[in-house]
Design a protein around this ligand. Structure first.
Ligand SMILES: NC(=O)c1ccc[n+]([C@@H]2O[C@H](COP(=O)([O-])OP(=O)(O)OC[C@H]3O[C@@H](n4cnc5c(N)ncnc54)[C@H](O)[C@@H]3O)[C@@H](O)[C@H]2O)c1
Ligand SMILES: N[C@@H](CC=O)C(=O)O
Length: 505
């Protein structure tokens, strides 16, 4: 099916997105249980990156409206924190059931606003839902501890308490899962949340709000604020009623928000950019390694914080690896994510395409070999065909920056000390991949790599039970796993004096 046919097929999208349940397509913000317009009439249009079609718009809330949202979250938190963890868990599980029941519609909204293939979007809905289910149960494990007392006749211990209102600011590349990974943990812990989705992809967030309302999550507990990004974020960071900020996005914006949270000394959790090395050892079958590297590079068209950004291949199999890689990448189907069989959708917008091209040009000018990548084949202005660059070096942007595009850069290495130094030669430290079956080398690389996550012989590494997060300038804190709950809990120490039966022991 051509892009033109698809554009016609979806011409009525703004009349309701052609969803089974049209009420999931919301074009208003959701504050304190109400769907609201912006008081000053400011709006932001949302476009389908595959076709350029305008899908709809969302309001920009004004400062007074954001203030109302914060006040409502603060008020709602007083009751929400009093619920037992299993009561909050029941509401989260009702939300989980609804998210899964509406998987197809949520995937359709996501493909239309983000561009990823429908299969990938369905996968993200399942992935996003899994956090809700996982934290629905994990909330019951917010354990405190008893402390053997050093004070005579005192009983000492800790209890865990929700931090309060949490602001959640999320990116466009995973418009649903990046919200649920934060919100489910926060809500399970007893916090209320204010979600600020990316302007490019607000509809997934608003559909989640509609389902949260249907699940019975009380007004003020889960709100979605749409608005001008810098304004909304600054107000959330400045306001002392907001106890915590959890941000996923670029390192550039993460640094800014961290500084904005300083005055009110918030709990800050940052999931920032990555520049993942993908290391292939000399014992690997080059075809098996190339297959894994293609998977790790091109998912979500390379717009993934976990995307393999620097592929480091042992020199003994370098050329073989490149020929398998190029053969496999040529098989990737690029097009509108609504068409079945598509592997790679568009990039999010024209600027991302321009950035990808400048990264390729910079590498070629500095001596990289352009082995494959013909942009004249791109099916539309927001598409970027996969590119393979060989002999990438540390001075090139393809090495230093998170390309966030389907540009694969490959470099040869010879010994392990060298490849560890090469892999660590970045300000980022989110995830790294290691492909080798030599157990000694696995251990040496796993321990030597300065990354928050190391995946050995597996492209898939994420999921609800794992502590997702980075070191260095890839972030602070962890999401998912029992550690994900900690981000939304304070430790309260208690000392009960005059308890004679407790003794000092
Ligand atoms: N570590 C992770 O878990 C993870 C996951 C997904 C994406 N990411 C990272 O996110 C980045 C891509 O996402 P993006 O382009 O949406 O990031 P971004 O930093 O541009 O935007 C993220 C969020 O911040 C808001 N924002 C943008 N500019 C702002 C400003 N000046 N002030 C306040 N808020 C602002 C955006 O509206 C959006 O909601 C990549 O670097 C990627 O690696 C990281
Ligand atoms: N793929 C990541 C999101 C990063 O962009 C994840 O699994 O959470």
């Amino acid at each position: 099916m051509s892009v033109q046919t698809l554009t016609r097929q979806w011409a009525s999208a703004s009349d309701g997105m052609a969803l089974e349940d049209p009420r999931l397509f919301r074009q208003l913000a959701y504050v304190n249980g109400c769907w609201v317009h912006g008081e000053a009439g400011r709006e932001e249009a949302v476009f389908d990156p595959a076709t350029g079609e305008r899908l709809g718009q969302v309001p920009w809330l004004e400062s007074t409206q954001i203030d109302t949202a914060i006040a409502a979250a603060d008020e709602a938190q007083r009751e929400w924190r009093k619920l037992r963890a299993d009561q909050r868990g029941e509401l989260l599980d009702a939300w989980y059931d609804l998210i899964r029941a509406h998987k197809q519609d949520l995937a359709m909204l996501m493909t239309r606003e983000q561009g990823k293939s429908l299969d990938d979007a369905r996968g993200e809905v399942e992935y996003g839902a899994s956090f809700v289910h996982w934290f629905a149960e994990e909330g019951s494990r917010a354990f405190g501890e008893t402390i053997p007392s050093h004070i005579p006749n005192a009983a000492l211990g800790t209890v865990r308490e929700p931090i309060g209102v949490a602001a959640l600011i999320t990116p466009w590349n995973f418009p649903l899962a990046m919200i649920t990974r934060k919100a489910a943990a926060a809500l399970a812990a007893g916090c209320t949340v204010l979600v600020k989705p990316a302007g490019e992809t607000p509809f997934s967030a608003l559909a989640l709000a509609e389902l949260a309302e249907r699940a019975g999550i009380p007004a003020g507990v889960f709100s979605v604020i749409t608005g001008e990004a810098a304004e909304v974020s600054k107000q959330l960071c400045d306001d002392p009623r907001v106890a915590g900020l959890s941000f996923t996005g670029s390192t550039r914006v993460g640094r800014l928000l961290l500084s904005q949270c300083a005055d009110s000394v918030k709990r800050v959790s940052l999931e920032l950019g990555g520049n993942a090395p993908f290391i292939v050892g000399p014992d690997m079958d080059p075809e098996e390694a190339a297959r894994a590297a293609v998977d790790a590079k091109f998912q979500t068209s390379g717009q993934d914080c976990l995307a393999a950004n620097r592929i480091l291949v042992h020199d003994s199999l370098y050329e073989d690896f490149l020929s398998h890689f190029v053969r496999l990448m040529k098989q990737l189907k690029v097009g509108n994510g609504l068409v079945s069989g598509i592997d790679m959708g568009p990039l999010i917008h024209r600027d991302a395409v321009a950035k990808a091209q400048t990264i390729v040009d910079d590498a070629v000018e500095q001596g990289a070999r352009l082995i494959h990548g013909d942009q004249s084949m791109a099916p539309g202005p927001n598409f970027f065909m996969p590119v393979l660059l060989a002999d990438v070096t540390p001075n090139m942007r393809a090495w230093r920056e998170e390309t966030f595009s389907p540009v694969a850069g490959v470099t040869a290495w010879h010994d392990e000390e060298e490849v560890i130094a090469m892999a660590n030669d970045t300000e980022y430290g989110l995830a790294a991949y290691v492909y080798t079956h030599d157990i000694r080398r696995v251990w040496q690389l796993m321990r030597g790599l300065r990354f928050g996550m190391v995946s050995v012989n597996s492209v898939k590494m994420t999921g609800a039970p794992i502590p997702f997060g980075g070191v260095k300038q890839s972030g602070l804190g962890r999401e998912g796993g029992r550690q994900g709950l900690e981000e939304y809990l304070d430790i309260k120490y208690y000392c009960l004096g005059g308890m004679e039966s407790a003794s000092g022991s």
